[in-house]
Design a protein around this ligand. Structure first.
Ligand code: AMP
Ligand code: ZN
Length: 475
């Protein structure tokens, strides 16, 4: 492979070239959603950027295997193992069973992903599928002396590690930046950062899903699922692990602790974290219940791909502030871009030298710490170039394998938008005809005539026939 690919590795705190464990192949893992509610557009920012990372790696020639878990058990309302299970909270809110909630919101998550052109990972595994694997890993950790039993629960013993704060040589306070909600102290823990591997006892006795285990009937802690599911599908060495920045601590820190203690060697070399989407009042979070979804954006008339473009226009490492004003500008820019591409004609021969030269520019932008806004600028620059349309079209289609902005289907998109407008116009005309009928019935002939004139001004003529009113477009 000629291309090197670089991004910011949270583990080493530098922009680094990815050197996979097995040449030409990338084992990639993504922390999936906790399916107790709809994904908000903040969550989806992370998934969009991870999708671009995966597609960029494929674009430069890597054979990528990507795995994602679905958190359907064990994620408590505080990331620090206290509070109620989030899934149970969702089930209570909607008077449904936990598994019904999990199914509904898992489907809703993938429907949102499809609208945003986010590819489904090669493997998707719900946590509740893997209870036997979790129990096995916990048994090994106990055997190795890295875990202990206390108050009915199994805890990971962080004092057995050389370096718990692997992600930062700086203060613990800095790592706590992403931790959500209140943190209560658990008197069973030997060390402050120890975390639960298996619960048999919690303050919340009504945990719905429980399984038999050597330590009693109970349920797994949150972090164990990503270690187990990662190792199950990708083997002992993972190349890239992704998530939002709030996952750095404690979730990813704890994943490393338990995976490396279990395996007895380093586990994952590169950690890719996406910064948060905020709104004016701060970070968007599911637990607050007040958040924006893809459906809400659609209801307000935005194409979900406009939101994808909004995310790609900003660097994944920077916080991003959402506003409708910016979305409106993005919508206009997206419409213009699609129109320009739709106007290109499939004529002439592709200029291969030009194609390769531009493709390399695109690769350089992506492999230079995933510079997606530069990648979009390259598309704009291309459209201004003095080269035939066939070459431009071929490049746009090629780039869209990574950008996934619907650029490949620009012509179809314009047609679909036009038929939307037609449908809108038709329903407007029919409403006006009904209004005129009502005015006539009420003997308000002045109003009826005004409606007829109003429509005529818009290029629509009405004709009263025995069969009823018929309309036609006039020039
Ligand atoms: P969750 O469903 O809460 O487990 O989160 C799913 C993914 O979204 C994780 O990778 C989180 O780190 C990420 N995430 C959560 N909140 C935000 C946000 N406001 N902006 C970007 N990513 C987020
Ligand atoms: Zn995870």
């Amino acid at each position: 492979m000629n291309n090197t690919f670089q991004f910011y590795n949270t583990l080493t705190r530098t922009v680094e070239t990815v050197i996979p464990h097995e040449e030409g192949k990338i084992a990639m893992y993504t922390c999936g959603p906790t399916v107790y509610h709809f994904a908000h557009i903040g969550n989806l920012r992370s998934y969009i950027m991870e999708d671009v990372l995966e597609k960029s790696l494929r674009y430069v020639g890597y054979d990528v295997k990507r795995v994602m878990n679905i958190t359907d058990v064990g994620h408590l309302s505080s990331d620090a193992d206290t509070g109620e299970d989030k899934m149970l909270k969702g089930a209570k809110r909607e008077h449904k069973s936990v598994m019904e909630i999990a199914k509904f919101y898992t489907d809703a998550f993938f429907a949102d992903c499809a609208k945003l052109n986010i590819k489904t990972p090669d493997v998707v595994e719900p946590a509740t599928n893997c209870i036997a694997e979790f129990i096995h890993m916990i048994e090994v950790l106990l055997e190795k002396g890295c875990a202990y039993l206390a108050g009915g629960n199994v805890y990971f013993d962080t004092s057995k590690l050389k370096d718990y704060y692997v992600f930062s040589s700086q203060s613990e306070k800095e790592l706590l930046v992403g931790v959500r909600d209140d943190v209560e102290e658990d008197a069973n823990k030997k060390n402050k950062n120890d975390f639960v591997l298996w619960f048999t006892r919690s303050k919340f006795e009504d945990q719905a899903l429980k399984w038999d285990s050597p330590w009693g009937v109970g349920y797994p802690g949150w972090h164990i699922e990503c270690s187990c599911i990662g190792i199950k599908h990708l083997g002992e060495y993972m190349d890239i692990h992704c998530g939002g920045v709030d996952n750095i601590f404690p979730h990813h820190t704890n994943e490393i602790a338990q995976s490396e203690s279990y395996l007895g060697h380093p586990w994952c070399g590169y950690w890719f974290h996406v910064n948060h989407l905020n709104d004016k009042s701060g970070k968007m979070s599911k637990s607050s219940g007040d958040f924006l979804t893809v459906s809400l954006l659609e209801e307000k008339g935005y194409d979900p791909l406009v939101y994808r473009m909004f995310c790609l226009q900003s660097h994944y490492r920077k916080p991003l502030e959402f506003s409708y004003e910016v979305m409106d500008n993005m919508s206009a820019a997206y419409g213009k871009l699609i129109k320009k591409i739709a106007d290109l004609r499939e004529e002439g021969e592709v200029d291969l030298a030009f194609f390769d030269h531009y493709r390399q520019k695109f690769v350089d932008a992506l492999s230079g710490d995933l510079n997606t806004s530069m990648a979009i600028t390259i598309v704009y620059n291309l459209l201004k170039e003095d080269v035939n349309d066939a070459t431009k079209l071929a490049l746009v289609k090629d780039f869209d394998q990574v950008l996934s902005l619907g650029l490949q289907a620009a012509k179809d998109k314009i047609k679909a938008d036009q038929s939307d407008v037609d449908a809108e116009l038709e329903s407007y005309i029919l409403a006006k005809i009904e209004e005129r009928k009502a005015a006539k019935k009420a003997k308000d002939f002045a109003r009826a005539d005004a409606i007829r004139d109003e429509l005529l001004e818009k290029g629509v003529a009405l004709k009263d026939t025995r069969e009823g009113v018929v309309w036609s477009l006039v020039n």
